[in-house]
Write a protein of this length. Structure first.
Length: 255
């Protein structure tokens, strides 16, 4: 019988320890709880920290779980399940809004379109499933960056390309947009990525209230936005209702 790798067992034990009990633990706490020498515990913690599975508080020196675990947790939620849960609700949203509907997830420093419902008219359209969109300029990307710490980090690390004169590229201004997104629960893209196109997006959560994706409506600016230039309130409400419905189907409950 193959033997287990001791270092991996110890790393797994550390992650379980950090996942329960106190939010942050010091090196001595970790070492004594697992019966390890401080040097051994420190080496494993440094490796986990380098991989993003553990973070160290600069002020106290204590350790906690890192954002990379969120990415793994989101991957565990099968994207096919997310799409399956979204099918009916996104079809309803497309019919109600008269616009195209997209469901996107974080993938390789961008937004992967994993479901696309055509605008319900007779116009010629191209299926965009599998296409990538930027994090910093699209409504889907802003929502993911606002709610997902991994997406947030990646949005700040990548070059924020100015696709149009409206694209926000300054880091401080972009962070203000993410704060507004969290405050109101939705994001918009009014000609920031494509001239003449506007979109509205809201986050989708799982049973642990973790962000697993986002849903958006996109269409011509004159249809998506009102005279003020802002997205129409009824459309924003419809997108948020759709996101909540998909979230409930994923076990998020009422929120």
């Amino acid at each position: 019988m193959a033997r287990n790798i001791q270092s991996l067992e110890r790393a797994a034990a550390m992650l379980r320890l950090l996942a329960g009990g106190e939010r942050r633990l010091g090196l001595s706490d970790v070492a004594s709880s697992l019966g390890l020498a401080k040097g051994t515990a420190h080496g494993i913690l440094r490796t986990l920290q380098a991989e993003g599975f553990v973070e160290q508080d600069p002020a106290s020196g204590r350790y906690q779980l890192g954002a990379e675990l969120l990415r793994l947790g989101n991957s565990y939620l099968d994207v096919h399940e997310l799409r399956a849960r979204a099918l009916v609700w996104t079809d309803d949203l497309a019919r109600a809004s008269g616009e195209s509907v997209y469901v996107g997830v974080l993938h390789q420093s961008g937004v992967l379109i994993m479901h696309h419902v055509f605008r319900p008219d007779d116009s010629r359209q191209v299926l965009e499933v599998g296409a990538m969109q930027p994090l910093h300029s699209t409504a889907l990307g802003k929502v993911l960056s606002a709610y997902d710490p991994v997406a947030h980090t990646q949005a700040h690390e990548v070059e924020r390309e100015p696709f149009t004169p409206r694209t926000v590229t300054d880091g401080t201004d972009f962070e203000a947009i993410l704060g507004l997104t969290r405050a109101r629960g939705w994001a918009s893209d009014v000609e920031e990525t494509w001239e003449g196109i506007a979109s509205v997006a809201a986050p989708i959560h799982d049973r642990r209230r973790m962000p697993v994706g986002a849903v958006a409506v996109a269409g011509a600016v004159e249809r998506v936005c009102g005279e003020s230039g802002e997205p129409r309130p009824a459309l924003v409400a419809a997108v948020r209702d759709c996101a909540r419905a998909v979230s409930r189907d994923l076990g998020a409950g009422r929120f």
